[in-house]
Design a protein around this ligand. Sequence first.
Ligand SMILES: NC(=O)c1ccc[n+]([C@@H]2O[C@H](COP(=O)([O-])OP(=O)(O)OC[C@H]3O[C@@H](n4cnc5c(N)ncnc54)[C@H](O)[C@@H]3O)[C@@H](O)[C@H]2O)c1
Length: 451
Amino acid sequence: MNVCVIGTGYVGLIATAVFADWGNNVVGVDIDKEKIDMIKQGKMPIYEPGLAEVVEKNVKEGRLTFTTNIGDGIRDAEIVFICVGTPQDDTGAADLSYVWGAAEEIGKNLNGYKIIVTKSTVPVGTNEKVAMIVKDNLKKDIPFDVASNPEFLKEGSSVEDMRHPDRTILGSNSQKAIDTLKQLYAHLNTPVVECNLRTAEMIKYASNAFLATKISFINEIAQICERAGADVSVVADGMGLDKRIGRAFLYPSIGYGGSCFPKDVAALYRTSTDQAYDFKLLRGVMEVNERQKEYYLDNIVGELGKNLDGKVIACLGLSFKANTDDVRKSVALTVIQRLRGLGAALRVYDPKGTDNSKDHLGDANIYYASDSYDAVEGADALCILTEWKEFQELDFGKVKELMKGNYVFDGRNLLDINTIQDLGFTYFAIGRPTNGTKKISSKFTRSVLLS
Ligand SMILES: NC(=O)c1ccc[n+]([C@@H]2O[C@H](COP(=O)([O-])OP(=O)(O)OC[C@H]3O[C@@H](n4cnc5c(N)ncnc54)[C@H](O)[C@@H]3O)[C@@H](O)[C@H]2O)c1
């Protein structure tokens, strides 16, 4: 099939590569010329395991091309995917300006019947407006259909996720559009959910909101475990063995971040209020998520004091999760900024996220280390902020020798308690009994006791 993908970011670029790898002729379109030039030179603008190889193979075999010209991109396409960003606006709602922009350009350049499919995460009712915008911009009367095919890939394993999705959601008010899209995905032996546009749009938000709820839920359980002397990791193991619950997303932490969960949860909450409904549970999910980083910072301040002038803190992890260079809404960056605000000098390291972080953090009071050992040198405390496997595999005997102090604040419960404590570290985890004593006088604990 001939396919066009508009937007070559984390979702769009993976979609171009995987669709082409399935034997389709694919054109990727982006308004960012620098990005398209990079891709054409064989350089990936983002880090995703396996992506560069699939792009290179399909470009070489002539099935995959890239352009900044949307007219060229959609000319021969039977299906046009919209994969542009939908960031959060100031009110918490999804900013749909990129989607409207893409729809307008598609309308202006439409040269024959096509199926226009939104893969971007968009609130209920968006696809109906996409159809209106396309129609309003047509130069002559050309038939088209719209469909919703939300994407569920995870950064860090996105190529594999798109190749082997758990399900395919196909929403459209046109059976012809659904049947054509089914052909594109026909070789995948995965369930297909056929529904109308609004239902498909809602499935994506409901899925992300549920996953975020699991995270906030286990973070709440961690708080109780900490006070009651239970170990949340074992609690999560025990819960996760129940097939109705599952172990995924039951990992306590400094809270969820990234380019999807914060904005999607906020956007769904906004949708609920737009529908005159107060989604109380989701409000709690967001509040708990905010509180987790306060709790983490309170532990550090409880030990090192509120004035961190002269203190050196090593931070391992900048990206919002492991195996990605994406630092958008990364909680790690928030923690680092807050520690810097209290006067600390930071030594930071991330396997892939350092370059992107520099744009957000700048250079003031921050040393970008070349590796983890470089980061911990002379540090009073070590903060683990992202769950990269390589942090788990460090030689902590060597880390102890290189550090000045002995505090480890593990924001991802990544390390083995016994190993770390036997080496003489004062270890703080989340919801696990460790030798790090949580200070009752901390702001977080006080606010919880008073509330
Ligand atoms: N990143 C993820 O893990 C993920 C997973 C599932 C769904 N999503 C959703 O997919 C959408 C895209 O997310 P992303 O992370 O790939 O975003 P991104 O910011 O990485 O990429 C968006 C791209 O669209 C381009 N663009 C914007 N307007 C354009 C236009 N008019 N024509 C052509 N290109 C245009 C931008 O230049 C950019 O390269 C969002 O709605 C997001 O919520 C993301």
